[in-house]
Design a binder for this molecule. Sequence first.
Ligand code: NIG
Ligand code: FE
Length: 403
Amino acid sequence: LDRLGELDVVTDAALLVDDGRVIWSGPSAQADTEVQNYLGEATAHGVNDDDIVNGEVTSVSSLGDVEVIDLGGKAVIPGFVDSHNHLIFAGDRSEEFAARMAGQKYSAGGIATTVAATRAATETELEANLVHLLEQAKRQGTTTFEIKTGYGLTLDDEIQALEIINRHTNESTLIAAHVVPPEFKENPEGYVDLVIDEIIPAAAGKAKWIDVFCETGAFTEDQTRRIIDAGKAAGMIPRLHANQLTEGGALKLGAELGCASVDHATFASDEDLKILAEAGTVATLLPSIEFSTRQPYPDARRYVEAGVRLAIATDCNPGSGFSNSVPFAIAIGVRDMHFTVDQAVWAATAGGAHALQRTDVGHLGAGARADLAILDAPSFRHLAYRPGVQLVERVYSGGELIA
Ligand code: NIG
Ligand code: FE
């Protein structure tokens, strides 16, 4: 599973799960033997094949219950690893979306609308909104979530956002440098100082990742470099919002700063792609953002040819794209960004895991978390073939049914 699109597809497959982890996965003809081996001790105490019955829970003396679930030929895929989300916010920007569909251009300026609504909300309201969005996304098959701050933009609001995030995921990202907030309009450097001198130190130990929106209308390359360096010094790993709206130097900068991932990467020169490939930096493409902003779709084939490792994520946020459905992102990635179906499904699972530097998610090999999406479909291909259809039927996280 190291290379984009390299899927290890097993037909007529079985999975053995214990204690939230995949113990074994492979052809179902081998399953009984694997279970027997795993239960070696129990077998010695007199358990035989008859105790393991399709579709029923049976008792296995010394090791408790073995539950056998017959999925009747439905496709099972790893839960999606959605490596880019902005889910701590209040308010609604559906009018801005409607205006865009009527011809308005997307700009970073809209973020200020959400900042005002977020600052006015209580912690309870922000967390309830987050939980609601997470529940929706789980029903769409997502089991790993990265979540960013970035709509508070004060010391207290950003730290509060991290505390909420940390109650729901380990993949927490500080993006206090999302835009310069209105009160620093005349003094952007003053805000960069606040981020570096106060917010980052207070976020140390609370954020796994540091992120900056490096873009015209947000933060310059020089400011980005200083903020990322401060984040790294505080123990955070860098990632960037890079080249979303313009072909600037943010992709090169991301590679140079050792970012795990550069996200959006909508505008990328051949030289940018070469540098990303050489640095091993993941480029996380966000199909539902181009869908919702009417920016041009990047062509995934160029990135693949250049040898860039790719991920797909939703970037769910109230402004540039309010979809938390990975299947939707996969369908657009295939149709409009020219991912093959195999590549898109890989990018939304194994690719997301690479972007988050995780080896325990995004695949179903032995040792992986038992994070599974069961599809009401005979093949994972249906995710792109049947867009807009609720194909995710059941979802397990760490072996527990969550949706
Ligand atoms: O990833 N580009 C910066 N941040 C978000 C959009 C935020 C917003 O418009 O509210 C993004 O697209
Ligand atoms: Fe984003």
